[in-house]
Design a protein. Structure first.
Length: 103
């Protein structure tokens, strides 16, 4: 089972929506599970467990992060990455994006 997290580029302007693509690279369907945005020191700045949908094998799902923390406040400039935890048959996987910058 394998998954991937893609962003369309490596840097974004402050306040700009960030489109995140979750890709199911495996041959089994996965539930979207949860996803988080963490800073360079590993601190979780945003976390969500959205309504659970199925992502079929070789399919993807796009979410948008509006650069806010769990309290709805804008995050500052810095380096971040996305951690996705899809679920397969009750097991949780973990996939991460590369670090990206908010300028």
């Amino acid at each position: 089972m394998s998954c991937s997290v893609y962003l369309d580029r490596s840097s974004f302007s402050s306040g700009e929506p960030i489109y995140i693509t979750f890709v199911n690279l495996g041959n089994t369907s996965v539930m979207i599970g949860s996803w988080q945005v963490i800073d360079v020191s590993g601190r979780v700045v945003y976390s969500i467990e959205p309504p659970q949908i199925v992502i079929s094998p070789s399919s993807s799902f796009v979410v948008v992060w509006f650069q806010v923390d769990n309290d709805g406040k804008p995050v500052g400039r810095g380096r971040y990455r996305v951690v996705w935890r899809p679920m397969v048959n009750g097991n949780t996987l973990e996939c991460s994006s590369v670090f990206f910058d908010i300028l």
